[in-house]
Design a protein around this ligand. Structure first.
Ligand code: GLY
Length: 394
C-alpha cells in the first residue's frame, strides 16, 4: 500500500475502504481525478466480506421501492462488464460473478400467497418472472424439500463473490494510482462551512478538494460532521453461514434459492467453487457483530426445512456483518448540504448489487460536479430539514 507524506493533499479523500468506497475511488481515478486517497482501518473489509453476494433486484423487490428497483436493475445490467473490467484491471483476479438466476419458493400456503402477490407485482412492472408449481420448482432444483408449494423463477437475478470483488478492487485501485491508507479518519475538517479534509488516527491530516463519506453505518458518526449533514445510518446485523459442497454432492443447487420462512428472509447461494452461503438474520441491536448460537440455529433450521440435505454438508464458517440502513432504506448518493462533502452510503441490503452503478454515478459527480439523472432520487438532501418533501421511494 502506498505511503503518504504527512499533510497530504488529495483531489478526493474517500473515508471508508469497503466495497463502495473502493469502487468509487477506482472509477474516480479512471476519470482522471489525480490524487485519490482512501482511508480505512481495515481496507477491503465491511459488510461485503460477509454478504452472500446475491444480485437480486427482482426477487428482493419490496412494495413502494420502484426507484430502488430501477437503480438495482441498472446496476445488475452493468455487472458483467464491471466484473470483466475488474478482472482485467487486477491482472486476472476472478470476481465470482455467475449468471445463474434465482428461484424463490414457498413452504406453506401463506408463503405461496405472498409469492403470488410478488409475482403479480412483477408482472405489473413488466419484469421477467415465471410462476412455478412445487413440482416445477423441484424439477429445477431437485434438492428442494418435497413440501415446497410453488415459487418463482427469475432468470436475471445472479450472484458475485464479495470477498473476491474486494480483493480485485484493492488491486485495481492500487494499479490505478489510488493511495490506500490503513488508518481511521478521526475528524472531518471543515473550514468556513466547507469540508476540506480529515485528521487521521496517525495524527496526519489529509486536505482534499472533495471528501467522500463511504463508511457504511459509521458514516454519520465521524466527529466534526456538521449537524444535519447526514441522517443516522443504522447498523442492521446479518449473520451468515458458509458450508462446503463436496464434489460427490454437486451440483447440489444450480442457482440461488430463496424463501420467506415464518416471515424471515432466507437464501442459499451456491458458488462455482463449491462454497454454499446461507443467509441471513436481520437484527437491529447496535454495532454488535457477535455470531450467536440462536442466529446459527435459526438459519440452519430454516435452511433444513427448505433443503433438507444441507445438514450433510461441512460447516466452514459463521460470520456477521452490519448492513448500513438509511431512514428510508435507500442509498445516499451525491452531494450533501455541506459543500465539498459527498456521500455514498446507506445501501442497506443492496450494497454489493449497487456497487457498479454507485461507482459510476458518484465518480461522475466527483469529476464533473453534475449529479447524473439516475442518482437524483437518491440525493442525501432528501433528509435535510428544508428538503423533506424529496423522497427516494415514492
Ligand atoms: N441482500 C441480502 C441481505 O441483506 O441479507
Amino acid at each position: 500500500m502506498s505511503r503518504l507524506p504527512s499533510g497530504a493533499r488529495a483531489d478526493v479523500l474517500v473515508i471508508g475502504g469497503g466495497i463502495i468506497g473502493l469502487a468509487v475511488a477506482w472509477r474516480a481515478a479512471q476519470r482522471g481525478l489525480r490524487n485519490v486517497i482512501v482511508v480505512d482501518p481495515s481496507p477491503g473489509g465491511g459488510a461485503a466480506r460477509v454478504a452472500a453476494g446475491m444480485l437480486a433486484p427482482v426477487t428482493e423487490l419490496q412494495y413502494g421501492e420502484e426507484p430502488l428497483l430501477r437503480l438495482g436493475m441498472a446496476s445488475n445490467e452493468r455487472y458483467a462488464a464491471f466484473a470483466a473490467e475488474l478482472t482485467e484491471a487486477s491482472g486476472g483476479l476472478d470476481t465470482g460473478y455467475r449468471r445463474c438466476g434465482t428461484v424463490a419458493v414457498a413452504l406453506d400456503s401463506d408463503d405461496r400467497e405472498e409469492l403470488r402477490e410478488l409475482h403479480a407485482f412483477h408482472r405489473r412492472l413488466g419484469l421477467d418472472s415465471t410462476w412455478l408449481t412445487g413440482r416445477e420448482a423441484r424439477r429445477l432444483e431437485p434438492m428442494l424439500a418435497p413440501g415446497v408449494r410453488g415459487g418463482l423463477h427469475v432468470a436475471e437475478d445472479h450472484q458475485v463473490d464479495g470477498r473476491r470483488l474486494l480483493k480485485a478492487l484493492l488491486l485495481a485501485c492500487e494499479r490505478a494510482g489510488v493511495s490506500i491508507r490503513p488508518a481511521e479518519a478521526v475528524e472531518l475538517l471543515v473550514e468556513n462551512g466547507r469540508a476540506t479534509g480529515a485528521r487521521l488516527s496517525t495524527q496526519e491530516t489529509v486536505t482534499a478538494e472533495q471528501v467522500l463519506l463511504a463508511a457504511g453505518p459509521h458514516s454519520h458518526r465521524l466527529p466534526g460532521l456538521p449537524e444535519g449533514a447526514l441522517p443516522a445510518i443504522r447498523p442492521v446485523k446479518g449473520q451468515v453461514l458458509r458450508l462446503r459442497i463436496p464434489d460427490a454432492y454437486r451440483p447440489f443447487l444450480s442457482r440461488n434459492v430463496r424463501a420467506v420462512v415464518r416471515g424471515r428472509h432466507l437464501y442459499l447461494v451456491p458458488r462455482e467453487n463449491g462454497e454454499l452461503v446461507v443467509g441471513a438474520t436481520t437484527e437491529e441491536q447496535g454495532y454488535d457483530t457477535t455470531v450467536t448460537a440462536g442466529g446459527v440455529y435459526e438459519l440452519l433450521r430454516d435452511a433444513h426445512e427448505l433443503v433438507p440435505g444441507i445438514t450433510e454438508l461441512p460447516l466452514l464458517e459463521t460470520s456477521a456483518g452490519l448492513r448500513p440502513g438509511s431512514p428510508d432504506n435507500a442509498p445516499l448518493l451525491g452531494p450533501t448540504s455541506v459543500p465539498g462533502l459527498v456521500a455514498a452510503t446507506g445501501h442497506y441490503r443492496n450494497g454489493v448489487l449497487l456497487t457498479p452503478v454507485t461507482a459510476d454515478l458518484v465518480a461522475e459527480y466527483l469529476a464533473t460536479g453534475e449529479v447524473p439523472e439516475p442518482a437524483r432520487p437518491f440525493t442525501p438532501l432528501r433528509f435535510s430539514p428544508d428538503r423533506s418533501t424529496t423522497k427516494a421511494s415514492a
